[in-house]
Design a protein around this ligand. Sequence first.
Ligand code: GDP
Ligand code: MG
Length: 202
Amino acid sequence: MVVKMENLEKERTFLMMKPDGVVRGLTGEVIKRVERCGLKLVALKMFQATRDQIDEHYPKDEGWMKRIGEKTKVNYEKYGLDVATLGTTDNLKIGQMVRGWLLDYLTSAPMIKMVIEGPHAVDLVRKMAGNTIPAQAEMGTIRGDFSVDSAAFANRDKRAIFNVVHASETPEEAEHEIDFWFGIDEINEYERVEESTYKIKR
Ligand code: GDP
Ligand code: MG
């Protein structure tokens, strides 16, 4: 696949403050990190999501649900919990269950949705967010710095891991999420100063 340079320069990703991030007052902290690294905030809104919306936000394909189910099972075993207490050991069924926990979590308080633009925006924002599991997220990342939630406790309590933000994993995921959460007229265009001032003349 040939990637066009101008597309890469204006790559867009979707970043969302999850309810735990909002109620802990971490919104400014997260936006500061995005802006500080040079990425451009092009859309932003606080809103209360419905269960139907979250259902559309997360992929519905079996592959995605099996992957989440498998990850959850691995975490159960890693922390000495018996996965059978979930009532099933089937990856797809566990994935569907975690998906249900995500609907509870992401509708529990308002969230803030954002579109971020810039070169490698998807990878950079993902790197900034850090690993899904806070204990495995590097210090310096949002999840590493601001969450101590544990997959073990989350699984025991039958809820999703509280990890402050959602960030698209791939450009395809970003496209789906941006299209779903924003109208085309809600995404803004402007130049950050460094785009026009920092140029090497030849
Ligand atoms: P992300 O892209 O890093 O957010 O991670 P995923 O797409 O794999 O999972 C989506 C969300 O589901 C995560 O951010 C967590 O809130 C939750 N989640 C993922 N894996 C697990 C798990 O093993 N157990 C529990 N309880 N929740 C999980
Ligand atoms: Mg994900």
